[in-house]
Design a protein around this ligand. Structure first.
Ligand code: COA
Length: 329
């Protein structure tokens, strides 16, 4: 009997309407359009506006989009894994709320927190439920409302992040299509360079912590940049070597979109041409767990059955990893 693999059979996405351009940021903090474009590659990002709206309001429409495209009812989904760093609440899990909002009455659901690597960690986790043979329809959604934890008076972080969500459906495949291999890593000693100082159990929220702006993203940009370039390129090269893949075998590199310069360094190391690199950083910025599925959403019409994709991510923790998959449709 041939081995069951987990194939992506549909992609959905959602970005909010509000466009926060570099030109608008120029009026908010001491920055310039030229600086942002040359140092990050970002021109604009989307922001979810509106009282009482959270990450589940980005994720739910992304999952519904996927259901519509695949022609399934949400009640057919058996499991929803939500990768997010900006959950609606500390508890319950945002995935539980998504299920309720879309009517996924027969699914169990939970969140995965691995900062910007959350989507790839979740994709690998979800694939194991399919490979076991026990489940046939697993949704992995990456969603973040980064604007809820970004300080819009800090020019070093507010220019980078945006809001958005992307989702994929995993189903069993017996032709060797889908997820073929993965390498996932984490090193918690890197947490000092990228974290949120308060709001968790170590430092529950107080008036003092809020006044000190400790509920926002704290990032040592240069340190994170150095690790990201090294680790994302290393792990992408490693998965290719492990599977005897050369640059010319790769149809698409799907990198986490944190900084265009990090993406360029990864592609160079893999010997993959610029025309084979999925990019959406220019229009969405870093949507954290949204970047990779939103890339697949944007480029879906250019993908062909059997294409070799390398997905690579790096994030806070530190966390990082790569996936080799064969596109299934
Ligand atoms: C954040 C980041 C864009 C900053 O770019 P950089 O080239 O490293 O810039 P630096 O931090 O070295 O700062 C250089 C100068 O630009 C300034 N600067 C920072 N942000 C700026 C902005 N938005 N506009 C203008 N100047 C800015 C700094 O204050 C510094 O000025 P100084 O030399 O007078 O002190 C970059 O470090 C980065 O992308 N890091 C990785 C981020 C990442 O991957 N995060 C998520 C992981 S998932």
């Amino acid at each position: 009997m041939s081995k069951i693999t987990a194939a992506i059979t549909a992609v959905g996405g959602f970005v909010p309407d509000y466009v926060l351009s570099n030109l608008e940021l120029e009026k908010m903090v001491d920055t310039t359009n030229d600086w942002i474009i040359s140092r990050t590659g970002i021109k604009e990002r989307r922001i979810l506006k509106g009282e009482g709206l959270g990450t589940s309001d980005l994720a739910a429409p992304a999952v519904l989009d996927l259901c519509k495209k695949r022609g399934i009812d949400p009640s057919e989904i058996e499991l929803i894994i939500c990768a997010t760093t900006t959950p609606d609440f500390v508890f319950p899990a945002t995935a539980n709320i998504i299920c309720d909002k879309i009517g996924a009455k027969n699914a169990f659901s939970y969140d995965v927190q691995a900062a910007c690597s959350g989507f790839i960690f979740s994709l690998v986790t979800g694939s194991k439920f399919i490979e076991s043979g026990q489940y046939k329809k697993v949704v992995v959604v990456g969603a973040d409302k980064m604007s809820s934890i970004v300080d819009y008076s800090d020019r070093a972080t507010c220019v980078i992040f945006g809001d958005g969500a992307g989702a994929v459906l995993l189903e069993p495949n017996s032709d060797g299509l889908g997820i073929r291999d993965s390498i996932l890593r984490s090193d918690g000693s890197g947490r000092i360079h990228l974290h949120q100082k308060a709001g968790g159990s170590v430092k529950p929220p107080t008036h003092k912590s809020i006044d000190a702006k400790e509920h926002y993203v704290y990032q040592e940009g240069q340190q994170v940049f150095k690790f990201a370039v090294l680790k994302m390129a290393d792990v992408s090269a490693e998965i290719m070597e492990k599977n005897n893949l050369k640059g010319e075998d790769i149809a698409w590199l799907v990198p986490h979109q944190a900084n265009k310069r990090i993406i360029d360094a990864t592609a160079k190391r893999m010997n993959v041409g610029e025309d084979k690199v999925m990019l959406n950083i220019e229009k969405y910025g870093n949507t954290t767990n949204g970047t990779i599925p939103l890339c697949l959403w944007d480029y879906e019409s250019r993908l062909n059955k059997g294409d070799n994709l390398i997905i690579a991510a790096f994030g806070g923790g530190f966390t990082w990893g790569s996936i080799w998959l064969k596109w299934a449709y």
